[in-house]
Design a protein around this ligand. Structure first.
Ligand code: CA2
Length: 146
C-alpha cells in the first residue's frame, strides 16, 4: 500500500468560508478536503487531511509524516510567519514538503512576507484560493514519483 500525502492546515482555517470571503473565498475546509482527495485519487494516492489551532499538534503531525507519508502539503497559516519550532520540525523531514497558501502573502501586509516554512519546502503555491491546495497536492504527487 503506497503512503498517503499529508495535508496539514494551521490556525483559524477551521473557519474557512465563514469570514473574509474577499480574501479567502467562500469554500469551507471540508470543500478543500474533497478537492484534495479527488486530485490525489486521480493519481492513485490518498490524503490524510488535518487542521489544528495548536502549534504543538501540527509539529506532532509533521513528525508523524516522517514515517507515515510520501509527501507533505502544509498551510501553516499564521504559524508560517512565526514558528521556528515548525521550521525545525519540517527540516527533519526527508520527504518533499510543499508550502501552500490560499492568498498571496507577498501581496499583503509586510508582516506576512516572512516565512519559516518556505525555506524548508521544495516549492510554494499561493494565491489561487482552494486551487492552491489542489495544485500543491498535484505537485506533491509528482515529487512522490506518481
Ligand atoms: O493565505 C493563506 O492561506 C494564509 O496562510 C492564511 C492565514 C494567514 O495568516 C497567512 O498570512 C496566509 C490566515 C488564516 C486565517 O483563517 C481564516 C479562515 C477563515 C476566514 C478568515 C481567516
Amino acid at each position: 500500500m503506497s503512503k498517503p500525502i499529508y495535508v496539514l492546515s494551521g490556525p483559524n482555517l477551521n473557519l474557512l468560508g465563514e469570514r473574509e470571503p474577499a480574501i479567502y473565498g467562500t469554500a469551507t475546509l471540508a470543500d478543500v478536503k474533497r478537492l484534495c482527495e479527488a486530485r490525489a485519487a486521480a493519481k492513485g494516492r490518498q490524503v490524510v487531511f488535518r487542521q489544528s489551532n495548536h502549534e504543538g499538534e501540527l509539529i506532532e503531525w509533521v513528525q508523524e509524516a516522517r514515517t507515515e507519508a510520501c509527501a507533505l502539503v502544509i498551510n501553516a497559516a499564521g504559524y508560517g510567519h512565526t514558528s521556528v519550532a515548525l521550521h525545525d520540525a519540517l527540516k527533519m523531514l526527508a520527504i518533499p514538503v510543499v508550502d501552500c497558501h490560499l492568498s498571496n502573502p507577498a501581496a499583503r501586509e509586510s508582516f506576512r512576507h516572512g516565512s519559516y516554512v518556505s525555506p524548508v519546502a521544495r516549492g510554494v503555491v499561493s494565491g489561487f484560493g482552494p486551487a492552491s491546495y489542489e495544485l500543491a497536492v498535484e505537485a506533491a504527487c509528482g515529487l512522490a514519483g506518481d
